[in-house]
Design a protein around this ligand. Structure first.
Ligand code: AKB
Length: 357
């Protein structure tokens, strides 16, 4: 492995650092990154990564993003070039333990931003921090308002009603501060043009609901679509916790990974924003159920809304305006929802469950 020289003459191994690497996004990201000529992957999570992912990484560690000392010790061996900070407590789970969610989602992110700032100062170039935010950063006061507004840009209706959404929105602003204004009154603050005075190259995508053929989500409120599809593929009955008319934006996991890497690779001077919406389609839960039954005719799908989880979904937008991502770094959805089922989801999910029988 190549070694890099720090300004202190110390030689460290260049690395791409991934937190929360064992989750759904981490699974897809490690697979995609390992096929590229990027620096070696250093992956952390609270639990061991599955063997197949570990083999794609230069090193894997058990680490808590809230434990700053542990992260410092771990990263002392590396020159971190990029950080994909995926560790998070998602919306449903966060409502069961909001203070724990705040610790992980906010204090963990502060730790990562500070480490990135220190590494950037040590090596004389800002570390790229790629941060997944969420449609949970939005909040509508009523279903009528949500329906009337339709597609939203990044800066409209950002009044989240969940701890997770509050956390993600705050961390977007924190990232902007570290990217543009960090310690702006200090005598030794980084000198740079007004836009890039900061110490971190922070970039953020707002993920919609994500649907993977390889993994099933846990702890999210958008999970009803992947849960419905995976249950049908397993031959299990599924009771959906939202109404049939519930509508929020989604995309497939491969599209989300590709878009994330596309943003990471974009020249910083091309980026006019810190936060970007991405999404591919926005079917209702009932429309998804009809699609599922086209491919799994024996699927048993019923709807029994959980009014509190329903209220969260009703507070999220029904569609996203992704024009900034398209204009700045060329984001374009790959699938319609029908194509996603036909070309990716059903073939891969069927193969996966057939191999387990
Ligand atoms: C969740 O449901 O909490 C996540 C999200 C929409 O960010 N999948």
């Amino acid at each position: 492995m190549r070694m890099e020289q720090s300004t202190l003459g110390e030689r460290r191994q260049p690395a791409v650092f991934i937190t929360g690497a064992g989750g759904e996004v981490g699974h897809g990201l490690i697979t995609a990154l390992s096929g590229e000529s990027s620096p070696d992957i250093v992956a952390t999570d609270l639990r061991d990564l599955e063997q197949g992912l570990r083999e794609l990484c230069a090193a894997t560690y058990l680490a808590d993003v809230c434990d700053r000392d542990a992260l410092d010790r771990l990263l002392a061996m590396y020159q971190v070039k990029e950080i994909y900070h995926l560790a998070a407590v998602l919306s449903t789970r966060a409502e069961l333990a909001p203070e724990v969610a705040h610790q992980v989602n906010v204090n963990g992110t502060v730790n990562i931003l500070q480490i990135a700032a220190e590494q950037g100062r040590m090596y004389g170039e800002p570390v790229k921090v790629v941060f997944p935010s969420s449609i949970a950063a939005y909040g509508f006061g009523s279903l009528q308002e949500k329906t009337e507004v339709g597609a939203v840009t990044e800066y409209e209706h950002c009044k989240p009603s969940t701890m997770y959404g509050c956390n993600k929105l705050y961390c977007e602003h924190l990232g902007r501060y570290y990217a543009h204004s960090y310690r702006q009154l200090a005598k030794d603050s980084v000198q740079g043009d007004d836009k890039n005075r900061g110490v971190v190259d922070f970039r953020c995508v707002r993920y919609p609901g994500l649907i993977s053929a390889e993994t099933v989500p846990t702890g999210g409120t958008s999970d009803f679509v992947p849960e419905m599809l995976h249950a049908a593929a397993r031959g299990d009955a599924y009771t959906c916790f939202v109404r049939e008319d519930s509508r929020i934006p989604f995309m497939t996991m491969p599209e989300a990974i590709d878009a994330t890497l596309q943003l990471a690779a974009a020249p910083r001077k091309e980026l006019t924003q810190i936060v970007y919406n991405i999404a591919s389609f926005n079917p209702s839960a009932g429309e998804v159920a009809e699609l599922v039954k086209q491919y799994f005719p024996d699927a048993s799908i019923t709807f029994e809304p959980d009014e509190r989880r329903q209220a969260i979904v009703d507070s999220w937008p029904e569609d996203l305006d992704c024009s900034a991502a398209h204009n700045d770094w060329g984001f374009t959805p790959k699938y319609t929802v029908e194509q996603a089922f036909d070309e990716y989801l059903v073939p891969r999910i069927t193969k996966q469950y057939e191999s387990k029988q």
